[in-house]
Design a protein around this ligand. Sequence first.
Ligand SMILES: *Cc1c(COP(=O)(O)O)cnc(C)c1O
Length: 383
Amino acid sequence: MNSSDSRLPLRCWAEIDLGALERNLKHIRAALPSRLKYVAVVKADAYGHGLPQAAARLMHAGADLFAVANVTEATALRELGPGWPILVLSAVLPEEDRYLADYDLTAAVSSPEEVDRFNELGRRTGRPISVHLKIDTGMGRLGVWAPQAPELYAKIRASEFVRLDGVFTHFSSADSDSKYTRQQRRLFLETLKKLPGLDRRRLIIHADNSAGLETLQRRSPVNAVRVGLLQFGILPHPSSMLAAVHVEPLFSFHARVGLVKQLPRGTAVSYNRTYTLTRNSTVAIVTAGYGDGIPISCSNRAQVLIRGKRCPVLGRVTMDQTIVDVTDNPGVAVGDHATLVGRQDAEEITVTEFSSWAETIPYEILCSVTKRVPRVYRTTLGT
Ligand SMILES: *Cc1c(COP(=O)(O)O)cnc(C)c1O
């Protein structure tokens, strides 16, 4: 929150390294065929990293296009400047239509009704509305069902005030099922062949999210990639081939030690007594809880770095405070820095490890850091 005195010390904060974001984009691009355009996915406040800060850095680093979830995010992004096409990935609500024209946005279309609406809007405003045709190849969410794509394509082509700028699909299981992903990719490519007069040089044709890059084909009409997670330095799964790209994490999550105290063996710790001390213990009370974005599912499971050592969370995570065991970490003192995600000396807790304690995925962790937590930008220059 930003209404408070900026000199107040931070109790819980996220640090974001935009230098790492820039290097990640460059490494990803270097690993891909140079003909591919780069669509930077910055939905959900750039996966919690801050939309204007992340997008400005990605513009500087050479992103070709941007993709966001909705018109609200797209208008915020457009405020940064003209020139970069902005693709709205989710369905546009009829009341939002006019902002497509006002802010020069590109809509993803899945249905003839949308084409009619956008054509009408273009006619009214006197300028064609830019669209990408989305094809559902087995995700079951947005997009026209693949066999019906040629018909929708023909309708777009026949609509004077709708301009087709791209065609795309989305993989449902690229991080878990390469066979199904290949099947989706094949259906996408076969569907493209059924779209007469498709201008592959002018249109942006894209399918791959971060995990999709693992099954990317070198020779293909696909001429762009749509990257979110990987540019933020997180691999789609632990055994990912993309480890060779050498991305760095840019997000870290921090708090402080507010109190250190001794408790006798047998004491129950935190709400509902889910943990009982098995020895005389020293505990540290860390100044962050689920009100900051430490999921309650981390109770009795997560670890926190203090003075370079892993300290286990004891009992339930509470709204504002989390109790950790520092019995084996004797120097711990009030004011110490506690790292929930990030590095201290030789130890590192990744977003992926943290998300496994919470039994969720890195995407959800990044989206769950609450508005109480200031984002502090601290760029590194790298090597
Ligand atoms: C979120 C999203 C992406 C980016 O996915 P990552 O796995 O983060 O790379 C790409 N395409 C669509 C349609 C999305 O919704």
